[in-house]
Design a protein around this ligand. Structure first.
Ligand code: MN
Length: 235
């Protein structure tokens, strides 16, 4: 058997710790649901009418993944870096054109996530009809806690909250998701062949806001766990 020879060592596979296991979960893709809580959609000036709209998505490179507890530098080219607290679903089985009733079969487990966002650049892109990448695909902006295995289980409710320096900023419940986990997995699987190691950040509730260097973010999702991030000085 011949092994592939590269010009230089390829980058390591992005991965996350798994609670109760010494083995890590290798990451495939990072999907993000846009505007999936009504109160957040309204604060962004874009209310959602589920009867006539479908969910929408964006992606970030797996290289943007950072583990909970990290310190990340305040990113370049923004003056409005926002926290978005989210429930993350880890996909453990492949699925394409999955029925909502069968969507639970793809679920491996859950984590707490932060979808850190250059809000100033995202809004410029949104309003000019440009891609969101510079606002969303920020280096070290996809923060995730250890994966908690709950194979086949669908979370339908539970507190989701975030504080900055101990001050409450975001507070809601998973039962306020506009498109629930079954609907998201089924809809996303119409566009993508979902694969083990895909993570779905399911959207943020209201209360998003700016952080500055020196801030300490803490969040939790009931029944899943906690997440934290320290924002360091800009490089
Ligand atoms: Mn988000």
């Amino acid at each position: 058997m011949t092994s592939t020879e590269y010009l230089w060592n390829p980058p390591a596979v992005a991965s996350l710790p798994v609670e109760g296991s010494s083995r890590r979960l290798p990451i495939n893709r990072l999907f993000f649901v846009g505007r999936n809580y009504h109160a957040h959609a309204i604060e962004m000036g874009k209310p959602v009418d589920k009867s006539v709209e479908r969910p929408f998505y964006f992606t970030k490179a797996p290289q943007t993944l950072v583990e909970s507890g990290a310190t990340v530098p305040y990113p370049p080219e923004t003056a409005n870096y926002h926290h978005e607290m989210e429930l993350v679903v880890a996909i453990g089985r492949p699925g394409f054109r999955v029925q909502a009733e069968a969507a639970h079969e793809l679920i491996y487990g859950y984590a707490c996530g932060l979808d850190m966002t250059r809000r100033d650049l995202q809004l410029v892109a949104r309003d000019k009809g440009r891609p969101w990448d510079l606002g969303k695909d920020v280096e070290q902006s996809s923060v995730c806690s250890a994966i908690v295995p709950m194979p086949g289980r669908v979370l339908e409710h539970g507190e989701i909250a975030l504080s900055v320096n101990g001050q409450p900023r975001q507070h809601s419940d998973l039962d306020r998701l506009i498109w629930n986990l079954r609907e998201i997995i089924a809809d996303l699987s119409l566009f993508y062949h979902l694969q083990p190691g895909d993570l779905i950040f399911t959207g943020t509730p209201e209360g998003v806001g700016a952080v500055v260097a020196g801030d300490h973010i803490e969040g939790h999702v009931a029944g899943v766990g906690r997440i934290s991030l320290h924002v360091g000085p800009a490089e």
